[in-house]
Ligand binder design. Structure first.
Ligand code: BGP
Length: 461
């Protein structure tokens, strides 16, 4: 590893902060959606808002030299008029300062899904108004924190946000509308370019990137129809975000295919395409959980994706996109988590090399980890399965670097147990355990101590 390699872990504001209605914070679309549907929510989450100093001490003692976290938009700007909440602004000054005082480099995500509900009520990412509001947010946070922060990312996983919210419909706003999926993704990618533009116009000292949920594409065989399905799946899963943000080009064959299927693309304006072309990111963050295995579209079904449905979901996952592809879960030959996520470290090795060859920009692995049901009641929490998982994935990164990839940092998801979207607190990812039923006392797991040795030896252990 290079000497200044970033070793750390990651969280997101809604998933860890709690304090959902404190100090002037207004509801996000997640608050409203989960409250309205009587689902487990992040009202308290990991209580990071009140306990961030303790968490940063744990990071420091755990050998981390960086922390990836996101800014809560509904804590910072509280209405359509753009009213700034001074207590929210102050909170992130304190969080950033605490990181810096402890030798932890802040790596900031501007948007990790907690859109203010007042914007969702006006159409959310379907509306150009949200792009304007997002740029106002960027302007605020660049000016407030920009002299202290070297690493910025505009969005966490726009693809996952949009496809879950507008295509599958299992996340808020919970609709199933392919046309809206295309419009919302486009607006987010345009907002990404506008944020980069503002960052450069303000001559900020740091670097700016985007974080993508990376699904390297594999085929079930080598037939021409499989190769075509793989290309379409790559557009759906990766290129739509990565080509647009890094190269400034929306994949042409994807647009042609969408037009051929009768989708309306008239909202894409030449001026906007110029903005996208001229304002590309400096680096990319890749979140890696699993590869994507693809077969040609054959079933005649229209869509749908079913996933993330808990232990009973294993074996029932399905993603079929009409005339594009079908996704395959090869249970006979591979290992899967109870949530049907394949454990496939080789996909990280090959995926990094593919991204490196295609894009050539610096890469940060901004999330990698494994969710599990865990008994955290004992004194010692032996999560050997997590150690094995992390070890194999870190090894994959090292191999990719030995083969020429420019990887500059690695973040375990997640720093501590936190709220998992729709799964609540029962799907745990943390290096540090929390007892959600009691006082949320922090208890490092075996993986925390193992990862400490990795960080301290710069990946040699
Ligand atoms: C990523 C998100 C994270 C995190 C992680 C695990 O897609 O960026 O916010 O939640 O996935 O996902 P889940 O909690 O659904 O298992």
């Amino acid at each position: 590893m290079t000497t200044n390699f970033l070793w750390g872990s990651a969280t997101a504001s809604y998933q860890c902060e709690g304090a959902w209605n404190e100090d002037g914070r207004v509801p996000s679309l997640w608050d409203t959606y989960l409250h309205d549907n009587h689902l487990e929510n992040g009202d308290i989450a990991s209580d990071h808002y009140h306990r961030f100093k303790e968490d940063i001490q744990l990071m420091k003692e755990g050998g981390h030299n960086t922390y990836r976290f996101s800014l809560s938009w509904p804590r910072l700007i509280t209405d359509l008029a753009g009213t700034i909440n001074p207590k929210g602004v102050d909170f992130y000054h304190r969080l950033i300062d605490e990181c810096l005082a402890n030798g932890i480099e802040p790596f900031i995500t501007i948007f990790h899904w907690d859109l203010p509900d007042y914007l969702e009520q006006r159409g959310g990412w379907l509306s150009k108004e949200t792009i304007e509001a997002y740029v106002t947010l960027c302007d605020l946070v660049f000016k407030e924190y920009g002299q202290k922060v070297k690493y910025w990312t505009t969005f966490n996983e726009p693809r996952y946000y949009v496809f879950s919210g507008y295509f599958i419909g299992n996340y808020p706003p919970g609709v199933h509308n392919p046309q809206q999926t295309i419009s919302a993704s486009y607006n987010m990618m345009l907002a990404n370019a506008e944020a980069v533009k503002r960052f450069k116009a303000l001559a900020m000292p740091g670097e700016i990137g985007i974080v993508h949920s990376y699904g390297p594409i594999y085929g079930v065989d080598d037939r021409p129809e499989t190769r075509q399905a793989m290309r379409d799946a790559d557009n759906y899963y990766n290129n739509w975000i990565l080509d647009t943000a890094i190269l400034g080009e929306i994949p042409q064959d994807m647009l042609a295919k969408l037009a051929g299927q009768g989708f309306d693309l008239s909202f894409i304006l030449p001026e906007e395409l110029k903005t996208i072309k001229q304002n590309t990111v400096d680096f990319v963050g890749l979140n890696y959980y699993a590869r994507v295995l693809i077969a040609p579209y054959e079933t005649g079904e229209t869509i749908l994706a079913i996933n993330n449905s808990g232990a009973s979901g294993q074996g029932s996952s399905k993603v079929v996109v009409r005339e594009w592809f079908e996704q395959v879960w090869d249970h006979a030959n591979s290992e899967f988590t109870p949530w049907d996520t394949e454990i496939y470290p080789q996909g990280l090795y090959e995926g990094i090399l593919m991204a490196h060859k295609k894009y050539g920009v610096p890469i940060y692995i901004t999330e990698n980890g494994v969710g599990a049901y865990e008994d955290v009641s004992g004194e010692v929490i032996n999560d050997q399965f997590r150690i094995d998982f992390l070890n194999d994935h870190i090894d994959a990164i090292k191999r990719s670097m030995a083969d020429g990839a420019d990887v500059r940092g690695y973040y375990v998801w997640s720093t501590m147990d936190l709220y998992s979207w729709k799964n609540g607190s029962e799907k745990r990812y943390g290096l540090v355990a929390l007892d959600f039923d009691q006082d949320r006392q922090r208890k490092p797991k075996a993986s925390y101590y193992w990862y400490k040795a990795v960080c301290q030896s710069n990946g040699e252990t």
